[in-house]
Design a protein around this ligand. Structure first.
Ligand SMILES: Cc1ncc(COP(=O)(O)O)c(C=O)c1O
Length: 392
């Protein structure tokens, strides 16, 4: 192994632990995650138990099993199980919070200019319905600085700000926000904060108690590699009574936990398999894996930028296991050209998001346990060919 490269016990050596197609180059973990076989087996086992005695399972086995899973997940994110409920995905969790709140006409909702599109749509829906104003804090790009981001959010706060919705790690630009500073700033201003942490769990270290936001929504199906449809909503204790699930069911009026734990009949196996996902993450190194992924993404992005002669989207301080690298195109960047670049990658056996941001085309790469340096060398060559042949 070359000096400075990563241990061979991860990367291609363990790729067989997933169902990933060996003929494809997989560098887009951030999109939908990838669930290891051992976790899918645990999920199957829960399904078998459920289907052996469906009625008994739902009435007797599920309630304590769900709470045990919540306790385990809560420990991992620095919280207590009684403050954490499962939801299907981050979009649902953000909707549950935003659509539970009371608004008065003229109230403002603060979002980041890099807010995730689906959550931005929830905010637009509320703004239309309640005659609210959406105020965007502008995130500088490329190479944002933490102080700049804090200043942008500070200047977007007003006496009418009803809530701030802050992405922990942005999707389109892969920036790890200085979230502790932003939450502290909003709390000082008396503005409640919903953190959209879709990419947070098992990507960066989390201590939700210390963060002390009002609400934090996290996906487990991305970086924790739980089965799809496993996410959570954490609510600070004084913020729980005003929040309800999108589906009101038998638990209504019985408190936060009961309302969210039963929202009608559904398959809870993805939630219950979170314990297997936590064990798998720990077996791969836990905090050491997160740090390894961060470094690998940095190395991968550096390989791309030097092969293509371009630049990275953000510096080390505001980056995790996803990085943006600019593509060397001539002429203006547009969403159509971004789609064309993605399509060209796809027909060469690689799926990775490309977006038009601030006048440039940017590719987002991810690094997870099954990736290794050679993946980014291969990606760099593909991109070089595409930019040379197709995007000139
Ligand atoms: C910042 C952010 N919020 C929300 C979501 C939505 O996640 P989900 O599709 O699991 O609801 C994503 C997905 O990538 C995201 O990046």
């Amino acid at each position: 192994m070359k000096s400075g490269s990563f241990p061979s016990t991860l990367g291609a050596a363990i790729r067989h632990e997933w169902l990933l197609d060996p003929s494809k180059l997989t560098v887009n973990h951030g999109a939908y995650g990838a669930t290891a076989k051992v976790v899918l087996t645990a999920q199957d086992e829960w399904r078998r138990r459920m289907e052996a005695q469906p009625s008994l399972f739902m009435r007797q086995t599920l309630p304590p099993a769900l709470r045990a899973a919540a306790d385990g997940l809560a420990r991992f994110v620095g919280a207590e199980g009684r403050d954490l409920v499962f939801v299907d995905n981050a979009t649902t969790g953000c909707n549950a919070v935003l659509r539970s709140l009371d608004f008065a006409p003229g109230d403002e909702i603060l979002i980041l200019s890099h807010a995730y599109g689906a959550v931005r749509n929830t905010v637009r829906y509320l703004a239309d319905r309640h005659r609210l104003r959406i105020v965007e804090a502008k995130v500088a790009f490329p190479q944002p600085a933490a102080d700049q981001i804090v200043a942008a959010v500070a200047s977007a706060l007003t006496g009418r700000t009803r809530i701030a919705v802050l992405d922990h790690i942005t999707s389109s630009s892969a920036i790890v926000m200085p979230i502790a500073r932003l939450v502290a700033l909003c709390r000082e201003a008396g503005v409640p904060v919903l953190v959209d942490g879709a990419h947070g769990p098992a990507h960066v270290d989390l201590d939700l108690t210390a963060l002390d936001a009002d609400w934090y929504v996290g996906n487990c199906h991305k970086w924790l590699m739980a089965p799809k449809g496993c996410a959570f909503l954490w609510s600070r204790r004084d913020r729980q009574t005003e929040i309800h699930p999108l589906t009101i069911s038998h638990g209504f009026g019985r408190g936060y936990i009961e309302e969210f734990d039963w929202t009608g009949t559904r398959d809870p196996s993805a939630f219950l398999a979170v314990e297997a996902a936590l064990a798998f993450h720990e077996a791969l190194g836990g905090a050491a894996l997160r740090e390894r992924n961060r470094k690998l993404a940095e190395r991968g992005a550096t390989i791309l930028a030097s092969t293509l002669g371009t630049e990275l989207g953000a510096g080390t301080e505001l980056s995790g296991a996803m990085r943006l690298v600019r593509l060397p195109i001539t002429g203006p960047a547009s969403p159509d050209r971004a789609l064309a670049a993605r399509h060209q990658l796809e027909i060469r056996g690689c799926d990775a998001p490309v977006s038009a941001l601030n006048g440039g085309l940017w590719l987002r790469l991810s690094a997870q346990a099954y990736n290794q340096e050679a993946d980014y060398e291969q990606l760099a060559l593909l991109l070089k060919a595409i930019c040379h042949e197709e995007l000139r």
